[in-house]
Design a protein around this ligand. Sequence first.
Ligand SMILES: Nc1ncnc2c1ncn2[C@@H]1O[C@H](COP(=O)(O)OP(=O)(O)OP(=O)(O)O)[C@@H](O)[C@H]1O
Length: 250
Amino acid sequence: MTAPITPTLLYLDNVSVSFDGFRALNALSLAVDHAEMRAIIGPNGAGKTTMMDVITGKTRPNEGTALFEGTHDLTALDEAAIAELGIGRKFQTPTVFEMHSVEDNILLALKENRSPIATLLSRRSARERERIDVLLERVRLTTHRRRKAGELSHGQKQWLEIGMLLAQQPKLLLIDEPAAGMTDQETAETAELLRDIAKTQAVVVVEHDMTFVRDLDVKVTCLHEGSVLAEGTLDAVSANERVVEVYLGR
Ligand SMILES: Nc1ncnc2c1ncn2[C@@H]1O[C@H](COP(=O)(O)OP(=O)(O)OP(=O)(O)O)[C@@H](O)[C@H]1O
């Protein structure tokens, strides 16, 4: 792993986003370190998705600072430029190429800038084969590599998409509700998988499933009405009276 360039990988300060006068984010501040995993929780409408949208350049904040690696101003870049910096996002619904094999999906992600047909017809270099093997192993799909992606279970499709994101070697992965729709076994394995990824890359994961968040065993930030309501260990955040009132106690 390369040495951190700055102490903070992602730095949001005082970020506000208004939609027709409604404040979806309200002076939100958050800092995520290199190779840190952070779980974001909070009730519906708390601003979790809007925060991810600001980080990825989909939504421009009305106010505030959003820096990546201390120098890149995310509020001034478009989505493609932000992806290029090394921020990858995974939405809740997996979007894999269902008709292609699992390993071809990874190959396509490795060569995102080339046409799919040229990619699939060309010979794979030894380096590519090695990278595909490592990525498949990492996302627990080695034994499924020749199956069509469309035949995988919902959980396996989520892992495949995480593998496709990892192919781009992001420094920060944003993952939206990975455990939704997964079996208990898949949920537990996903927590293990993300913990493994967070050894080398930062991960911000939005999730409502508290069993899963407990398994992640990382610092938790609870959002409410566009701001940070509480931050700390899951035990500390769960014991916070306001968090119980607006979210966990419901
Ligand atoms: N494009 C938009 N136009 C108007 N209002 C919006 C827009 N996007 C989000 N909002 C509003 O901003 C608030 C925050 O929404 P956001 O989707 O960020 O919350 P969330 O924490 O991700 O919720 P959930 O857990 O339901 O996904 C909500 O009240 C939502 O209705």
